[in-house]
Design a protein around this ligand. Structure first.
Ligand code: URP
Ligand code: ZN
Ligand code: ZN
Length: 466
């Protein structure tokens, strides 16, 4: 078994910061050592990595990505190969992507299709949630089978009528099944029926520009759907995770539910923390780059998001990475904002942006690790294998330079998309070295991993239920 010793860094987990050396044996963390103990072992290690002046943190866990997602008449431009490689560049060592059950098809078929897309192509480890678009007696039974295969969370949509949308009855039935089989329901909480009325009214009035995407997807329609999803989950008795929360009014609903003792959790994404409706209003159709749902909000919402991250009313930051090229994909909606494929790139930038939030004083270093690595691992049944640095955990480790300066740009990023949503943003901090299950897959600007190294992760159930 190969031995790697990571020496001289500051180990940061969700709960502590300590000067310790990390001994990796094979694919796992074997021990955290004092310098003296480490001295004794140094000669027997095949690889010694000097981490002095650096943080040593768990690899990032991005619990919300859409590689190759079919959407709006096209496909998200990152494949599992390009997207997971880009994730590694950005210090993320596990993604949980969304397999899709299409209307009229079985969940089994959807999951098999996503396994076939990912198998042999991923540079880092990965798991799947399942999007349920067609709840019926058969699908409900399939949910139990999927849970047994380690797909322990299901996403449903209150938005996108005619595509992924489910009505309240179908949602309730799936939630009852989740209550029975121990899985976690994830909800895209926007009132899609009302939004579609506003879309038609906007287009009829000649309002076709991307900025109207933000206006028709009103914050109160996010809050209303969030409230409804919470009540349905309480009736069913299942835990609920609201994805991509962006409106302060939706946070209020989550806070109320959590204060009342419900198993309700919230996720937000870097785009809602660092971008705003002003980006959607960029001239010359540039706003299309920022079309995603839930939409970017007026800048005032950001303070509520940061506060909720500090109070744990929002407990995870994922990317919702769903890239579409500006040139030939976002273009589909040049004359009609409702035809712009929804989604933003970000899988490579999340760890850096959240480190910038540490530098800016929004969150602490430990909270950075918690919301980006540990909580997503615990929320989705990957912990303690993933999300921490402890004896027995997978040696998914990032050596992070907290002083390095970088500028985010499409010229230098590795995502397969022709723009960067944070183009020109100055960041303090940069990933230096990434280990995935004990193997160095990225070091000082060189990718040393390979497609197909990443393994499918069977997940357990959520660790946070009260
Ligand atoms: O705009 C987004 N979020 N695209 C991806 C699909 C989804 O709703 O998460
Ligand atoms: Zn969604
Ligand atoms: Zn998504």
């Amino acid at each position: 078994m190969t031995r790697t010793l990571i020496r001289g860094g500051l180990v940061i987990t969700a709960t502590e910061e300590l000067r310790a050396d990390v001994l990796v044996e094979g694919e796992e963390v074997a021990a955290l050592l004092s310098p003296q103990a480490s001295d004794e072992l140094a000669a027997s290690a095949e690889t010694v990595i000097d981490a002095s002046g650096h943080y040593v943190i768990p690899g990032g866990v991005d619990a919300h990505t859409h590689m190759e997602m079919p959407f709006g008449g096209t496909f998200a431009s990152d494949t599992f190969e390009t997207g997971t490689r880009a994730a590694a560049w950005g210090g993320t060592t596990t993604i949980i992507d969304f397999a899709i059950q299409s209307v009229g098809k079985s969940a089994r078929e959807g999951l098999d299709t996503w396994h076939a897309k990912a198998d042999g192509r991923c540079a880092i480890d990965y798991g799947f949630h399942m999007i349920l678009s067609d709840i019926n007696d058969q699908t409900l039974k399939e949910m139990d089978a999927l849970v047994a295969e380690g797909v322990t969370s299901f996403k449903m949509f209150m938005a996108y009528p005619g595509v992924f949308y489910s009505d309240d009855g179908r949602i309730l039935r799936a939630m009852q099944q989740a209550a029975d089989n121990g899985s976690l329901m994830m909800m895209h909480a926007e009132n899609g029926i009302a939004i579609d009325v506003l879309v038609q009214q906007a287009l009829a009035a000649g309002n076709t520009d991307p900025r109207f995407h933000g206006q028709v997807r009103h914050p109160l329609l996010e809050a209303e759907a969030t409230h409804r999803a919470i009540q349905l989950s309480r009736v069913a008795g299942c835990p609920l995770y609201i994805v991509h929360v962006s409106a302060s009014e939706a946070i209020d609903e989550i806070v109320r539910a959590r204060d009342g003792g419900s198993n309700v959790f919230g996720e937000t994404c870097p785009q809602y923390l660092f971008l705003s409706a002003d980006d959607l209003a960029r001239p010359d159709f540039e706003g299309a780059k920022y079309v995603c749902s839930t939409p970017l909000r007026p800048i005032e919402h950001q303070a509520a998001l940061w506060r909720a991250l500090r109070t744990n009313d929002l407990s995870v930051v994922s990317t919702d990475h769903c890239p579409f090229c500006f040139n030939d994909q976002k273009e589909l909606g040049r004359n009609d904002f409702s035809k712009i494929p929804n989604g933003l790139p970000g899988v490579e930038n999340r760890m850096d942006l959240l480190h910038q939030a540490v530098v800016d004083g929004h969150i602490s270093r430990r909270r950075w690790v918690e919301i980006a690595c540990t909580t997503p691992a615990r929320m989705f049944g990957l912990h303690p294998r993933k999300g921490t640095i402890a004896p027995g955990s997978d040696a998914d480790i990032v050596i992070y330079d907290p002083q390095a300066q970088q500028v985010l740009s499409a010229r230098t990023h590795h995502m397969n998309v022709d723009y960067n949503a944070y183009e020109g943003k100055q960041i303090t901090g940069k990933v230096r070295t990434v280990l995935s299950r004990g193997e160095v897959v990225l070091d000082r600007g060189e990718f040393t991993g390979r497609a197909g190294r990443g393994r499918f992760q069977q997940r357990g159930t959520c660790e946070y239920l009260v």
